[in-house]
Design a protein around this ligand. Structure first.
Ligand SMILES: [Zn+2]
Ligand SMILES: [Zn+2]
Length: 287
């Protein structure tokens, strides 16, 4: 890495959030880059999509995160903006396990770049249950970390979007919401979902901190050619040869590092030094 001045030291960046995400992100950027992260005030990030589905998200997660960051930058009149976007659902490899996917983007208008990092998160409380007012749901509540983690209640069948009780963090509100939602539902049941908004979800705040570490580490890496921050891995090249027959396998052969500001790229061999893989991974030896 080139020895260069940290361009972010003492500067300010805005994080567009209605959900207190600056608490998870700001200390990381302050420590690693001396970048002061401030929350944007009066930015309606829910207009770009909500977890509970009243406003569907348009565009990819990255596009949505960049749009959010830009809202904050315009409001705060700052050239640096940060925004995150999360999605929760079945695990990409093991569909029975819930997983989260978080993306954190940094928009830099001084260099015209966007740097982002993302993370698949195995530790998530994402879950739901369908229940009637009389049923005990103690086990579910323990599993999702209620009441330190918030809940959303809606009618199980019928008008689920407008009759939504969000941000429930105490038992008496939970019980009255279940009773009200069940009464509005065609089947007399309420659906209880985890509220994934960051300020009601300490598990998600932890994931955001981990992601902030990744992103600030990347911003600390400077392009060896133009010294712009954000140098890092941009893609992998597959085709590590089989040690028996030399056929290209699906295994990663090398990683390509690139710059967000210029076209400089470097291909690096695997960091573990592996130059071949076994015949078990070979499409010719083990079809
Ligand atoms: Zn560069
Ligand atoms: Zn082979």
């Amino acid at each position: 890495m080139t020895e260069q001045r940290n361009v972010f030291s003492g500067r300010r960046a805005v994080v567009a959030t209605m959900h207190g995400k600056e608490q998870a992100i700001a200390p990381v950027f302050r420590t690693s880059l001396n970048l002061i992260v401030v929350p944007a005030t009066g930015v309606d990030t829910d207009a770009l999509g909500t977890f509970s589905g009243e406003v569907p998200r348009r565009g990819t997660m990255l596009e949505t995160a960049v749009a959010k960051a830009r809202l904050g930058m315009e409001r705060a009149r700052l050239p640096f903006g940060i925004a995150s976007e999360g999605s929760f659902g079945p695990h990409p490899l093991l569909a029975i396990i819930p997983a989260g996917f978080e993306l954190l983007a940094f928009v830099d208008d001084e260099r015209g770049t966007t740097i982002h990092e993302s993370l698949v998160i195995d530790a998530t409380n994402f879950a739901h249950i369908v229940t009637s007012p009389a049923e005990p749901i103690t086990q579910f509540l323990a599993q999702v970390g209620f009441p330190s983690h918030g809940l959303i209640v809606r009618p199980n069948v019928g008008d689920a979007q407008t009759k939504l009780f969000k941000g429930i963090v105490d038992l008496s509100n939970l019980q009255s919401a279940i009773t009200a939602a069940a009464a509005l539902s065609d089947d007399g049941c309420a659906r209880v979902d985890t509220d994934m908004r960051a300020h009601l979800n300490p598990t998600r705040m932890k994931s955001l901190t981990a992601l902030a570490v990744r992103l600030s580490d990347r911003l600390s890496c400077l392009c060896p050619s133009c010294a712009a921050p954000g140098w890092g891995r941009i893609k992998v090249i597959r085709g590590l040869p089989c040690e028996v027959c030399d056929t290209a396998t699906e295994w990663v052969m090398s990683e390509v590092f690139g710059c967000a500001a210029c076209t400089h790229e470097e291909e690096r061999r695997r960091s573990d030094g592996l130059t071949h893989t076994g015949p078990a991974n070979c499409p010719w030896c083990n079809p």
